[in-house]
Design a protein around this ligand. Structure first.
Ligand code: NAD
Length: 476
């Protein structure tokens, strides 16, 4: 039966959903957030961004032990305690999940623990764990149901030897040999975790190009660095079958005309994610899904059904928590009559490997395809005093400027603090900065941020801490 009618009801308690609910409540709407799982925070907090970063950090500390001798510090060989590592990861997750619950409560959002189905118009049916149903008709409905890992038939998951990204965050021991299917963001992050902890990691990637979305020189450098770290990256490999035995799995794949196979202890399937819209559309629902199963929305995340919006991984665009959160804010603010817009050209991307990879704006390939003349500038971290002092000097910054108008069009980084450097470029780009704006700014010395400064100077052919290419830049 119909219950209380909220002004705003959000389906999904992940980053896009809980942020939408908080912002709606802040703006004075009587708001509820419906979540099917027993915990808030969605994929990001429970089995995505946060637990993976916890393990990336733990594994990085372990890997760093091997480098301490160079600093004049004698350390005994590290001994791994995987259950403790996993317990720490869970403590981080639990703290943040509890924080989200506190934020919803503190902002006056009502949390409803149930699975929601969208019916006709803005009507929603919620079914709780005990099976009892309640129907609502909020004034506005915001759908933020997130995404789930994609399965591939040749590698059916058994939750034990063949797992998805969630399973790979909970191994109870280091697999001696690990195959990761897909060398995308998740494959590289999880592959790095287990490789640093001692696994022999083989990445089987279907495409011939490594990280095709990244700027080419950055992707080429990343591939070289990761291979140097021991990741066995095999491109152009189509997995055709897996055979799980008692203690391991044989993975068969086709590479060009050759049929190959490897024997590993475990397999992680990381071939992408799809919108979690299965079972969401109930009877009478007028929402449309695209061919990927994403809810069709316009640039303001409005569906064609009046009063119904969808945000985050469940709609078009990159599946990134920060993109979903800002969409949630935009929808809540537009409901309150504000004219909030999102700049989808400036969604930063980050891959949390070591070195980190991050970028914002266009790649050189994109710009050339659009006929834009580019001045590019590179600065290697090997010439950064701060990076060298930290023993973290692999990688480079690439700055792309419009050759005609000096506009900052893209920043691409592999190296220490890449995500933070790229955010500086994103701020500059949001304010329409030119190369000259960054070039004439004072950057603290010694910082890795200076690499962004020097990269911009290099695009003008006037870098100070590397030699300039004879062909580079215009405005010396
Ligand atoms: P992805 O699209 O980044 O990478 C999947 C890779 O698998 C691709 O390179 C693809 O070519 C390959 N692939 C697909 N089918 C294959 C097959 N049959 N055999 C071998 N390779 C195959 O997807 P992902 O890494 O699974 O991540 C999913 C989503 O989650 C992405 O949208 C990603 O942006 C997001 N995510 C982001 C972060 C981050 O921002 N740091 C971290 C994790 C996940």
């Amino acid at each position: 039966m119909s219950e209380k009618n909220y002004q705003v009801m959000v389906i999904g308690g992940g980053p896009a959903g809980y942020v939408a609910a908080i912002r709606a409540a802040q703006l004075g709407f009587d708001t509820a957030c419906v979540e099917a799982r027993p915990v808030l925070g969605g994929t990001c907090l429970n089995e995505g961004c946060i637990p993976s970063k916890a393990l990336l950090d733990s594994s990085e500390r372990y890997a760093e032990l091997a480098q301490l001798a160079e600093h004049g510090i004698a350390a005994r060989p590290g001994r791994l305690d995987i259950p403790q590592m996993m317990a720490r990861k869970q403590t981080v997750v639990d703290g943040l999940v509890g924080g989200v619950a506190g934020l919803l409560k503190g902002n006056g959002v009502e949390s409803i623990s149930a699975r929601a189905e969208v019916l006709s118009g803005r009507r929603v049916r919620c079914t709780d764990e005990a099976g009892s149903t309640t129907e609502y008709e909020p004034d506005a409905l915001i759908i933020a149901v997130g995404s789930v890992p994609i399965d591939i038939p040749p590698a059916p998951q058994d939750g034990e030897l063949i797992v998805d990204s969630t399973g790979a965050l909970s191994f109870e021991e280091v697999p001696k040999k690990l195959a990761v299917i897909g060398a995308g963001v998740i494959g590289l992050e999880l592959g790095s975790v287990w490789s640093r902890l001692g696994s022999e990691v083989v990445l089987l990637e279907a495409l011939d190009d490594f990280l095709p979305a990244a700027d080419r020189p950055i992707a080429r450098l990343a591939e070289r660095i990761f291979r140097g770290q021991g990741l066995d990256i095999r491109l152009g490999c189509r997995v055709t079958a897996t055979q799980a035995g008692k203690t391991g799995v044989r993975v068969s794949y086709q590479q060009g005309d050759a049929e190959e196979s490897i024997r590993v202890n475990r397999v992680v399937v990381a071939v992408g994610r799809r919108p979690a819209t299965d079972g969401l559309l109930g009877e009478g629902c007028e929402l449309a899904l695209d061919e990927r199963g994403a809810i069709v929305v316009d640039e303001h995340c409005a569906t064609p059904v009046p009063g119904v919006y969808a945000v985050g991984d469940a709609v078009r665009g990159p599946m990134l928590a920060h993109k979903g959160m800002e969409e949630g804010v935009m929808v809540a603010e537009r409901l309150a009559g504000e004219l909030t817009e999102l700049n989808y050209d400036l969604v930063p991307s980050v891959i949390y490997t070591h070195p980190e990879i991050a970028w914002v704006g266009a790649t050189e390939v994109d710009l050339k395809a659009r006929g834009v003349q580019v001045s590019s500038g590179q600065f290697p971290f090997a010439a950064s005093g701060r990076a060298l002092a930290s023993g973290d000097s692999q990688g480079q910054v690439r700055v792309l400027l419009g050759a005609d108008d000096d506009r900052l069009l893209g920043a691409h980084v592999i190296g220490p603090g890449a995500a933070e450097l790229v955010q500086q470029a994103a701020i500059a780009m949001e304010f329409g900065a030119c190369g000259e704006d960054l070039a004439s700014m004072m950057f603290s010395h010694p910082t890795v941020s200076e690499a962004l400064h020097e990269g911009t100077l290099a695009a003008h052919g006037r870098a100070l801490h590397v030699l300039n290419r004879a062909s580079s830049g215009g405005r010396k």
